[in-house]
Design a protein around this ligand. Structure first.
Ligand code: PTJ
Length: 259
């Protein structure tokens, strides 16, 4: 029996999960989702989303592959170039990377907006409070005074001065119909999703096939690195990006990577 066999999946605090555990990231992610559900932040369906993501991450080798790192750099460049960037937050995102999203927003000048599929006033408030507890000064999505056209569910509800007016939107961890509707509004979309076959990464200008717990801090690190880069160079970076190649590299890794 290894020491790891003594680690219960039901830890009280995430610090109890040994960082050198071979399934550390998976245990950490699972733990954060469970806590999110307990706090009323994450919907029960978020567990299914988490399970799907975890299977793809396993096949990717639970690491940021080179094509994802490149996509994360390009995503950072888009956010820095944007006039009105917005980072969309759902119940899984809030549970997994609240402080990391606040850092990315601060580093790139983006707004944070809560946008939920299973929208209730209680969950919206709980998520906004959770983000404020992690340092957010302003959280959008509570007013929901505008609608995304041609979308007949709760995710259509957005702030007029938030997602509705945004030029670049980060859309993590959700299935594709809102991503398609946002694309139809002419927005530049950055999608984080471990499944390269899912609709949302397939419509995104920048598909980031990586675990959000690795992707967001890496995007922030790239944004810091690119902060003094001139506009022409940032534009060259985003124009040279090949979204099809990024999707293909991720799919190839998932189908044929060494486990
Ligand atoms: O909080 P709400 O009410 O807005 O509900 C959110 C749900 C769970 C409904 C929303 O996230 C959803 O629609 O989930 P789906 O359709 O299961 O899509 C989630 C996608 O995210 C799947 O393609 C997963 O593979 C992917 N995913 C899950 N966990 C991660 C992930 N991608 C990156 N990092 C993860 N940790």
């Amino acid at each position: 029996m290894t020491d790891y066999d003594t680690v219960s999946a039901d830890v009280e605090h995430e610090e109890e999960i040994p960082t050198d555990h071979p399934r550390y990231q998976d245990l950490l992610t699972r733990h954060r989702i469970e806590r999110g559900i307990e706090k009323g932040i994450t919907h029960l369906q978020g567990m299914h989303a988490e399970g799907r993501g975890s299977a793809f991450d396993y096949l990717l080798g639970e690491e940021t592959i080179a094509s994802a790192d490149e996509a994360e750099r390009v995503a950072a460049a888009h956010l820095l170039l944007a006039e009105r960037p917005v980072l969309s937050i759902n119940g899984n995102v809030a549970a997994l990377v609240p402080g990391e999203m606040v850092d990315l927003a601060e580093t790139t000048g983006a707004d944070l907006e809560v946008n939920l599929f299973n929208r209730t006033p209680e969950r919206i408030e709980a998520i906004a409070d959770h983000l404020r507890d992690h340092g957010a000064e302003e959280v959008k999505g509570l007013e929901a005074d505008a609608r995304i056209p041609n979308l007949d569910h709760q995710r259509a509800k957005v702030d007029a001065d938030g997602i509705h007016a945004a030029d670049v939107v980060l859309v993590p961890l959700e299935d594709g119909d809102r991503a398609e509707a946002l694309e139809a509004m002419g927005k530049t979309e950055i999608v984080i999703d471990l499944n390269p076959l899912s609709r949302s990464p397939r419509v995104a200008e920048v598909p980031v096939v990586d675990n959000i717990i690795r992707a967001v801090p890496n995007m922030t690190a790239h944004a810091r690195d690119l902060a003094d880069t001139d506009e022409a160079e940032l534009r060259a970076l985003v124009e040279e990006f090949d979204r099809e190649a990024a999707l293909e590299a991720a799919e190839t890794r998932i189908r044929s990577g060494d486990l």
